[in-house]
Write a protein that binds this ligand. Structure first.
Ligand code: DGL
Length: 263
């Protein structure tokens, strides 16, 4: 495996992509941000499923040999159907990290910061039923925080107030684990840390997903040869804005290509 495609509704998936680059620098990556359709969270699952299918086709046409979907909302809506459609394609998806949080909690209360679509999904209901028996789960959809991350998560009083409004009720109920169940939220960590310090920990799945990418995509028989890896970015939104934010968060030069929204 040399080239993997990574898709997300926006800049959020970069939180996982930077872990993939850190852990597997030999992989070439194609990153697709579907910013014209962002946010995915309030959309119907069937529509998101359609986006996932089209973007995967796009990435495969540009040489992706495996697909990573770090976007929780896209996975809840489209992971199963994508696997059915491409039974031989290596695909890495994820679920909200409810299980590790339910194991680690000392108070018996966990908070899950997520999107509306993920919160309403049957995948989420099944996770709670399987792994959070006897644990109080406070599910908090936070579409506003997705937009805050898209705006670069500026460290302002207004940002801090918005983040606090979502986090404080969970902390007040005794949550000692805050699951970041949306790729956009790790970018809010600098705003979250002062609020949760000494009271709760953040559960961020990014690094575990990158490890799974290594297990699935880098089987020894498929280890890439000596050619230098490339990193390509596409957005259906504003390529300049995306590039500036991605460069800041990835610590790399980014020149994203604009792609018209896929039907
Ligand atoms: N980043 C996405 C996720 O991980 C969805 C954000 C959105 O577009 O609503 O769930």
């Amino acid at each position: 495996m040399t080239v993997i495609g990574v898709l997300d509704s926006g800049v959020g998936g970069l939180s996982v992509l930077r872990e993939i680059h850190a852990q597997h620098p030999q992989l070439s990556t194609l990153y697709f941000a579907d910013q014209a359709h962002l946010p995915y969270g309030p959309r119907e699952p069937a529509q998101v499923r359609g986006f996932v299918k089209q973007i995967t086709r796009f990435l495969l046409d540009r040489g992706a040999q495996g697909i990573v979907i770090p976007c929780h909302t896209a996975c809840a809506a489209g992971l199963h159907s994508l696997r059915d459609l491409h039974p031989d394609l290596p695909i890495v998806g994820l679920e909200p990290a409810v299980k590790p949080a339910a194991i680690a909690t000392q108070t018996g209360v966990i908070g899950v910061l997520t999107t509306e679509a993920t919160a309403k999904s049957s995948m989420y209901a099944s996770l709670i039923e399987r792994f959070a028996q006897g644990v109080q789960v406070m599910t908090t959809p936070a579409p506003e925080l997705v937009l805050l991350a898209e705006a670069g998560a500026p460290d302002t009083d207004a940002s801090r107030a918005r983040v606090a409004a979502h986090i404080e009720p969970m902390l007040a109920a005794g949550a000692d684990q805050i699951v970041l169940a949306c790729t956009h939220f790790p970018f809010l960590t600098p705003l979250l840390r002062p609020l949760i310090a000494g009271r709760a920990v953040l559960v961020d799945p990014s690094s575990a997903v990158a490890r799974q990418v290594g297990r699935v995509m880098l089987r020894s028989s498929q280890l890439p040869g000596g050619s230098a890896p490339f990193r390509q970015y596409y957005t259906t939104g504003d390529a300049e804005r995306f590039s500036a934010l991605a460069a800041h968060w990835m610590g790399d030069t980014v020149r994203a290509e604009h792609i018209p929204p896929l039907p």
